[in-house]
Design a protein around this ligand. Structure first.
Ligand code: UDP
Ligand code: MG
Length: 309
């Protein structure tokens, strides 16, 4: 008999925990046909509400339910890593607890795994119900990533994904501290089948991602999977030197032929402002990578467990 592990990160999701459990079981009748057992891992990412208590109630009723509680909020990336590390299944699924990842897709996903795919991933083809400005920046991010990173990062990709043990082990072998799972999935490779679906709105509770947090997350993604920004300083430097050289020639020639005095401090001020702006910007980029490297060198654990059930 095979085992299917479902990993669900939860942060302040007391309302969704049992609802998710019910919906999942409704869609798990295919497991018996495929001779599979189920294991459900709730990762409580340092919730401040009654999420852990809700999961414990389920643990009491159903032996297949497990709880891992973090000592504080470590973020969804850490929660997913902990889930993958603790999952014993031959197949593992990552899912959100808010039912934005429809459990009805599970039988189809497993069918593709049986066909021989190593992982079955999902992506949203619409962003219905999302603020337009957020969708706009999300699209920009994916277009930029396509240009500056060699790792494939799919537009609209969700973390909702079924994987075989082989892929789970590959992901666990990447023990970096700055985790950007969407990039890690692409980086490890293997044959991936993409399923598409229309965006589903959250069943209960609220999203944990405001605009600012998403912006910082996208910067994490860029620094984790591209070093192109580091080259920016060199390119801009060369570009400015060429312009400066052309201007020097122009001014000398003008002086020799027309005898014009060199005029104007406004232009000078603009040039100084512009070049120093670019310099600060490039130093900032350098700082970003340095900070990431600094955190990486410390080799802190990705998460800490408070309680396990
Ligand atoms: N989540 C988490 N830790 C966090 C933030 C979110 O474990 O710090 C979980 C959350 O409980 C949910 C999933 O990650 O199960 C996705 O979060 P959310 O629905 O807020 O994101 P969205 O779907 O809006 O992108
Ligand atoms: Mg959600």
């Amino acid at each position: 008999m095979g085992l299917l592990s479902v990993v669900v990160p939860c942060y302040n999701e007391e309302e969704s925990v049992s609802l998710f459990y019910q919906e999942l079981l409704k869609n798990c009748s295919f497991l018996a046909e495929k001779n599979l057992e189920l294991e459900l891992l709730y990762i409580d990412d340092g919730s401040k509400d009654r999420t852990a208590e809700e999961v414990k109630k389920l643990c009491g009723k159903d032996k297949r339910v497990h709880l891992i509680s973090f000592s504080r909020n470590f973020g969804k990336e850490a929660a997913m890593y902990a889930g993958l590390e603790h999952a014993k299944g031959d197949y593992v699924v990552l899912m959100d607890v808010d039912l934005q990842d429809p459990p009805s897709l599970l039988p189809q996903m497993f069918a593709y795994i049986e066909e021989g795919y190593t992982s079955v991933a999902t992506r949203r083809v619409s962003r219905k119900g999302e603020p337009p400005i957020r969708s706009f920046f999300a699209r920009m991010f994916y277009r930029l990533m396509k240009k500056i990173s060699r790792t494939e990062i799919m537009d609209g990709a969700r973390d909702y994904r079924m994987m075989t043990r082989q892929m789970v082990d590959a992901i666990l072998s990447m023990q970096e501290y700055n985790r950007f799972t969407k990039g890690i999935f692409g980086w490890v490779g293997f044959e991936t089948k993409w399923l598409e679906y229309e965006n589903v709105e959250r069943a209960r509770g609220e999203t944990k991602w405001n605009f600012w947090r998403l912006l910082l997350y996208s910067l994490d993604g860029i620094t984790a999977f591209s070093t192109v920004p580091l080259m920016l300083a060199s390119f801009v430097g060369v570009f400015f030197c060429v312009i400066a050289f052309a201007m020097i020639i122009f001014i000398i020639v003008r002086k020799l032929i027309f005898g014009d005095p060199v005029s104007g401090w406004p232009s000078l001020v603009c040039i100084i402002l512009m070049t120093s702006g670019v310099q600060f910007f490039c130093t900032g980029i350098l700082g970003q990578y340095l900070a990431k490297a600094y955190m990486e060198v410390k080799r802190r654990p990705i998460y800490l467990i408070k309680e396990e059930l």
